[in-house]
Design a protein around this ligand. Sequence first.
Ligand SMILES: NC(=O)c1ccc[n+]([C@@H]2O[C@H](COP(=O)([O-])OP(=O)(O)OC[C@H]3O[C@@H](n4cnc5c(N)ncnc54)[C@H](O)[C@@H]3O)[C@@H](O)[C@H]2O)c1
Length: 420
Amino acid sequence: MVVGCGAVATTFMTGVLMARKGLAKPVGSMTQYDKIRVGKGADKEYLSYSEIVSLTPLKDIVFGTWDVYPQNAYQAAMYAEVLKAKDIEPVRDELEVIKPMKAAFDKNYAKRLDGDNVKDCKTRWEMVEALREDIRRFKQEKGCSRIVVLWAASTEIYVPVNEHVHSKLSDLEAAMKADDREHIAPSMCYAYAALVEGAPFIMGAPNTTVDIPAMWELAEKTRMPIAGKDFKTGQTLVKSGFAPIISTRCLGLEGWFSTNILGNRDGLVLDEPANFHTKEVSKLSTLETILKADKQPELYSDYYHKVRINYYPPRNDNKESWDNIDIFGWMGYPMQIKINFLCRDSILAAPVCLDLCLLSDLAARAGRYGIQRFLSFFLKSPMHDYTQGEEAVNHLYQQYTMLKNAIREMGEYEPDEEMD
Ligand SMILES: NC(=O)c1ccc[n+]([C@@H]2O[C@H](COP(=O)([O-])OP(=O)(O)OC[C@H]3O[C@@H](n4cnc5c(N)ncnc54)[C@H](O)[C@@H]3O)[C@@H](O)[C@H]2O)c1
């Protein structure tokens, strides 16, 4: 069940429906393409994920959604203009029956949205109850044995962690009942509803929703996996893969300036400073754990890291990102690296949605609950227990090792860090 029926959600749904008809290929999806080595030496072999663990096949997936706008998934996919009509029409009938349920929404959290397909709830607690009812009804009507809830809705305004509300589950519940709209984002109501209904919850935007101790407590209590935050797709994927080149080669960093232009509805929402701030915090966190001043003070102290997102309608979903990286080498001599990625936002996000859903469902069946660190590979700002001083792992290749080892373990193979 996907929260938000926008560009990412409809590209994800359309791609899955097309792929299972054999009309498109799910390129970029680790669960559909990647092969992991199991065994060592003479015993080593390379197996796909579904040969190692029992993954839900694409043909068994049923989609549901919520959105502030009432357009069905076919109309929303056409509106998003990510995919060409020829790649949508063959699954039109299946997309048309995916009609958004009324959203749990508060305009103060995304001022630029004006849809009216919204639940009429007096309190945040009523939102939770209405969403629980939606999940139960959907599960029963569609005959689903398991549910995963994925947030692919807009970025909400930044909700800083408040220790009186977000530390303990009892405080969070009290705040929902007291209708504390300042500290309880609508996304928290979706997450709460999902977890108590026995569904893993994945946060694809940078919202702090499940990145608070009270939600970790709920995930433990309900024994459900949670993952987040913010899909790692374009610029940050490049950053988390490129920064290790600088650190591995012991080059210094003076500054890293990242800018983007994009023109879709996501860009429109992020044009609002309070919403952009949520994204900025998420995007800035990547470098700090890869290029670490405490380990290499002469190379990584005081570098200037700046991230900008500019709303530019002509580009729609075809985002362009520029990175200017000022590095220094032998005897401190400066050099520059420029990276210009002309990507397609939702084309990169869709396979990440699929992998996160399938792997969260797998984790739930394997009895893994709470923060799913092995999914950090797919996320821009991976969740970690910051109350215990734990650091997030942002280094793409370390994340890949964590991913592979979790799959090996769930498939009852030995985890290891051998070179492939
Ligand atoms: N595309 C990428 O590469 C990428 C990467 C990382 C994160 N994201 C995040 O994914 C999310 C989706 O991106 P998109 O391009 O599909 O945006 P979009 O604007 O096309 O779609 C988001 C949809 O969510 C709906 N929505 C907003 N609040 C809602 C609520 N409370 N309940 C239900 N629906 C709600 C909106 O009406 C909209 O239709 C954004 O938060 C974006 O920041 C995208």
